[in-house]
Design a binder for this molecule. Structure first.
Ligand SMILES: [Cu+2]
Length: 112
């Protein structure tokens, strides 16, 4: 299980369980940006807990090829679960226009 803190304009993932199957790499991080890579072993059932900590700004989330577009309202938490059954490198990104940093509100998901 991974908790992903969602804010302007970062996804900050934290591994809650399954650290032997999941890893997180932060390549770059600043106040309004993070270049994050989430890697998981193929076949794992992955639960993501997305918590939008912004009080006024909705954010979104999608992993291309894995999830439908998800809206995370301000101050709310949304969970999604899926089986990581397709190997490869996928983008995840914000699906709601959330301000000036929206185009950079993204990251990388890898199934090994
Ligand atoms: Cu966003």
């Amino acid at each position: 299980m991974i908790k992903i803190i969602v804010r302007n304009w970062r996804y900050d993932p934290v591994i809650l369980s399954g650290s032997d199957k999941v890893s997180i790499e932060v390549k770059e991080k600043s106040e309004y940006f993070a270049d994050v890579r989430i890697s998981v072993k193929r076949g794992e059932t992955l639960r993501l807990v997305l918590e939008n900590v912004e009080p006024n700004v909705p954010h979104g989330f999608i992993i291309e090829g894995y999830t439908e577009p998800i809206v995370v309202p301000p101050g709310k938490t949304v969970e999604v679960e899926f089986v990581a059954d397709k190997p490869g490198t996928f983008s995840f990104y914000c699906t709601v226009f959330c301000g000036t940093g929206h185009p950079l509100h993204r990251g990388t998901f890898v199934v090994i």
